[in-house]
Design a protein around this ligand. Structure first.
Ligand SMILES: NC(=O)c1ccc[n+]([C@@H]2O[C@H](COP(=O)([O-])OP(=O)(O)OC[C@H]3O[C@@H](n4cnc5c(N)ncnc54)[C@H](O)[C@@H]3O)[C@@H](O)[C@H]2O)c1
Ligand SMILES: [Zn+2]
Ligand SMILES: [Zn+2]
Length: 391
């Protein structure tokens, strides 16, 4: 089959690889009808997250049709079922799964020893996301093996286009969880850094959850426009001071709730000197991530506020103002998304017409064009916001 394969830094190719097969009784094979490129894939593209190996198949946002079911998954899935595949591989039975903490499932990471060493304790297996999370082949491919498929799926009804439900596997619940973690009150201002696909979903989620005011920060005009269409007041960080503007919009008090939808690769600019410092340290191998957003959020957040972090961080960050964080009594909530915790509710909201996540798609192309689209998405060429691939 054809698949997008990681060969090294900034080197992803559309190769012919071996078709996946049922390996375990709980497996299923899905014929992928749509998949997407996620901001998290860019961190792998740039080789910022360790433990990718040449030959790894990319992709963790995908859906399709079940074409084969292992003997122990048969009660829950059958040939012909239409499923979105969550990026988190879950057993549905361990203590964490029972609590709904699916992204830290204790069973599915088959490289647990490695992950235990690096993180202290292993997290769940993830599709197409390094050997720290199991080294499972991803879904930017014609076919996908879904391990623990009896639990690892979201059934979707026929008749809804792929585009409307595809993002249930990642960015929609990610933006939603980011907002839910803020415990939004009707009096709250929610500030969201980053108007990429995750930021866009967080904006719409914060609006749906009843925030008084949602403020979105980025510097790309087309993304700010989309944020505004979603109900946010926007701040262009190239044109004005984010901290001053946020304080102005909140009567000098700062936003109660802050969401980091940027993560480890904050934009580098001399107008934000700490980002130049981080870039230099990154080049020396002395810091793995660029945590500008964390510093800015901690500084501007209202005392007793919440910092919610869906943005991915890979390793060690420097110069985090613990004094501000501690003395202001801020709460930090973070995590890879517990996808299946939210998807029943979110599917209903899509079916009821409360939201149509396809608004974020700007490009739809074949799998062969995937390697090129990684660059277009990374460089925000052609006003690219979200790429869908059709294998
Ligand atoms: N927690 C999860 O489970 C989960 C799931 C999906 C994605 N993510 C992560 O969410 C993050 C965003 O993903 P995405 O797909 O939207 O990526 P993206 O790269 O398209 O978007 C990032 C946006 O941040 C903006 N940005 C950069 N520096 C900024 C700054 N200083 N202030 C404000 N905005 C700034 C960029 O212009 C860009 O629009 C990534 O780190 C990704 O890995 C996490
Ligand atoms: Zn993702
Ligand atoms: Zn589990």
């Amino acid at each position: 089959m054809r698949a997008l394969v990681w060969h090294g830094k900034e080197d992803i190719r559309c190769d012919t690889v071996t078709d996946p097969e049922i390996e375990q009784p709980r497996d299923a094979i899905v014929k992928v009808t749509s998949c997407a490129i996620c901001g998290s894939d860019l961190h792998l593209f740039h080789n910022f997250i360790p433990a990718m190996l040449p030959g790894d198949v990319m992709g963790h946002e995908m859906m399709g049709e079940v074409v084969e079911v292992g003997s122990e998954a048969r009660g829950k899935l059958k040939k012909g079922d239409r499923v979105v595949v969550p990026f988190t591989i879950i057993c549905g039975e361990c203590d964490q799964c029972r609590r709904g903490n699916f992204s830290v499932c204790q069973t599915t990471n088959r490289k647990k020893d490695l992950a235990d060493k690096v993180f202290g304790h292993a997290t769940a297996g993830l599709f197409g996301y390094t050997h720290l999370t199991g080294g499972y082949p991803g879904g930017q491919a014609e076919y996908l093996r879904v391990p623990f498929a009896d639990a690892t799926h979201i059934k979707v009804p026929d008749g809804i286009p792929d585009e409307k439900v595809l993002f249930l596997g990642d960015i929609f619940p990610t933006g939603w969880q980011a907002a839910v973690q803020c415990d939004i009150q009707p009096t709250d201002t929610v500030a969201i850094w980053g108007c990429g696909p995750v930021g866009q979903m967080a904006i719409r989620s914060a609006v749906l959850l009843g925030a008084k005011q949602v403020i979105a920060i980025d510097h790309l005009p087309e993304r700010l426009e989309m944020a505004e269409a979603g109900g946010a007041i926007t701040i262009n960080f190239d044109e004005e001071s984010v901290v001053e503007r946020l304080n102005e919009l909140t009567g000098g008090e700062g936003p109660e709730k802050c969401i980091d939808a940027v993560g480890m690769e904050a934009h580098v600019s001399p107008s934000m000197p700490d980002t130049v410092y981080d870039r230099a340290k990154q080049m020396l191998g002395a810091e793995s991530d660029r945590p500008h957003i964390l510093r800015e959020m901690i500084y501007v957040c209202r005392p007793a506020g919440v910092i919610s972090i869906p943005g991915v961080y890979g390793g060690l960050v420097d110069k985090i103002p613990m004094g501000q964080l501690m003395n202001k009594g801020l709460t930090i909530r973070a995590g890879q998304t517990h996808v299946n915790r939210w998807t029943d509710d979110l599917l209903h909201r899509i079916e009821e017409g409360q939201i149509d996540p396809s608004f974020v798609i700007t490009h739809t192309v074949g799998l062969d064009e995937g390697p090129e689209m990684y660059k277009v998405f990374r460089d925000k060429q052609d006003s690219c916001i979200k790429v869908v691939l059709k294998p």
